[in-house]
Design a protein around this ligand. Structure first.
Ligand code: FMN
Length: 129
């Protein structure tokens, strides 16, 4: 099963969660900023996440989702970090669904920088889908 992990992170919290998911998935997490972030080969699961900024997601993540091709992404699994609100999970899910991409119901979330238990759960999340 092929997997990919893509994220947007300003201060490293979501990157830490992405790295733990990637470790469980057996791949490397790539920032949507990276020139190699495009999904060119079909993947079974795209793990995709970002932080919440002023109750929204960064334009770079939004724009990246709008480049995704549903014929290359069989399903997506969403993650996020924030201070309090889990709203980014819904924003990302809705943007993926609008692209015609199936999204698994379960999500992965941490309050700011993920702790040991959250990193462990993230690894399991990465292995599960
Ligand atoms: C400019 C800015 C706006 C933020 N707005 C919110 C917000 O509306 N709700 C919230 O719960 N957290 C908010 N946060 C907290 C971040 O979502 C949280 O620190 C997150 O883990 C940052 O992820 P990152 O380190 O991957 O960039 C905000 C942080 C910043 C810097």
């Amino acid at each position: 099963m092929s997997k990919a992990v893509r994220f947007y992170s300003r201060s490293g919290n979501t990157k830490a969660l992405a790295d733990a998911i990637a470790s469980g998935a057996g791949v490397t997490a790539v920032s949507v900023d990276d020139s190699l972030s495009g999904i060119n080969e079909p993947v079974d699961t795209l793990f995709i996440g970002g932080g919440l900024y002023a109750y929204g997601i960064d334009k770079k993540l939004k724009n990246y989702i709008n480049t995704l091709d549903s014929t290359k992404v069989k399903k997506a699994a969403v993650f996020s970090t924030s201070w309090l609100s889990k709203h980014a999970l819904d924003i990302i899910k809705d943007a993926l669904k609008a692209r015609g991409i199936e999204v698994v119901e379960e999500t992965c979330y941490a309050k700011n920088m993920p702790g040991v238990a959250e990193l462990k759960a993230a690894g399991e999340f990465g292995a599960k889908y």
